[in-house]
Design a binder for this molecule. Structure first.
Ligand SMILES: O=C(O)CCC(=O)C(=O)O
Length: 257
């Protein structure tokens, strides 16, 4: 059985899987350095709500910041799992960093598809990935998961549930069904916990970040074709997303309208 099939089966059964050592230490170092640059350049500060975290830095729309971020989202081993959970017509929903600073409290338990007006359990419509750039430990804010909860419908937002910590090494990737109940952990250490959240959704629902307006068309024109499809320059099932019967990909080189 291939690694992607086995991971997809684990996600089906327990709601999540970990792919170890997807990124080399060099790659992790490069991404951490570039993320620090982005956070400084964009003057990123914590949000003022408990969901994003009052002691957490989040940089959004990372695909506009260069090939090192774009490559993550089409990494073949991880994308194969996402495609097995959703289907190959899936889309990138959002790509952001989550730096949990010392002193942060635990994020409310939630499901990433909780907002959608769908009664659960239902077939996967969201599949999310967390790329560890630092260690993830129970002390520094590792993502807390409620195994099997993707089969239990929606959680009470912020409810008190038994969780397991997704302990990760830098370079590992956690992948989960968007119906899985989970949340970031509290950071009681004196070091940051840094992860990249590359999130995907079914090709027939709305992406969380508006990729077509958030990414300049001239930038998308430089993406590999598969990434262009994944950010929405594609047509799902031959119908959803077309422009006058053409794929939006055909218009990428044309003038902005
Ligand atoms: O940072 C984490 O470990 C999880 C974050 C998360 O679940 C979210 O922001 O939706």
């Amino acid at each position: 059985m291939s690694a992607s099939t086995s991971a997809a089966e684990q996600i089906d059964e327990q709601g999540y899987a970990v792919l170890p050592a997807v990124l080399t230490p060099d790659r992790v170092g490069g991404l951490l350095e570039d993320l620090a640059r982005i956070e400084a350049q964009e003057s990123i500060v914590p949000a003022s709500n408990g969901f994003e975290g009052r002691s957490t830095l989040r940089a959004y729309n990372l695909l506009r910041h260069g090939p090192q971020w774009q490559d993550l989202t089409i990494q073949p081993d991880v994308l194969a799992v996402v495609e097995a959970v959703l289907d190959p017509g899936c889309l990138i929903s959002s790509v952001s960093s989550i730096r949990i600073l010392p002193g942060e409290t635990a994020q409310p338990i939630h499901a990433d598809d909780q907002l959608l007006p769908l009664d659960g359990p239902h077939p996967p419509v969201v599949c999310n990935t967390m790329w560890a750039l630092t260690e993830f430990t129970p002390e520094n804010g590792a993502t807390r998961l409620v195994p099997g909860s993707h089969q239990r419908g929606k959680p009470v937002y912020g409810g008190d549930y038994d969780t397991v910590a997704a302990e990760l090494r830098p370079g590992d990737v956690l992948i989960w069904n968007g119906s899985l109940w989970h949340g970031g952990g509290a950071n009681v250490t004196d070091a940051d916990r840094v992860g990249i959240a590359a999130n995907y959704c079914a090709g027939w629902i709305r992406q969380q970040e508006n990729q077509q307006l958030g990414l300049p068309r001239s930038v998308v024109a430089t993406f590999p074709p598969r990434l262009q499809e994944l950010v929405g320059y594609s047509v799902y099932g031959g119908l959803i997303g077309h422009i006058e019967r053409r794929s939006p990909a055909d218009l990428l080189d044309g003038p902005e309208t």
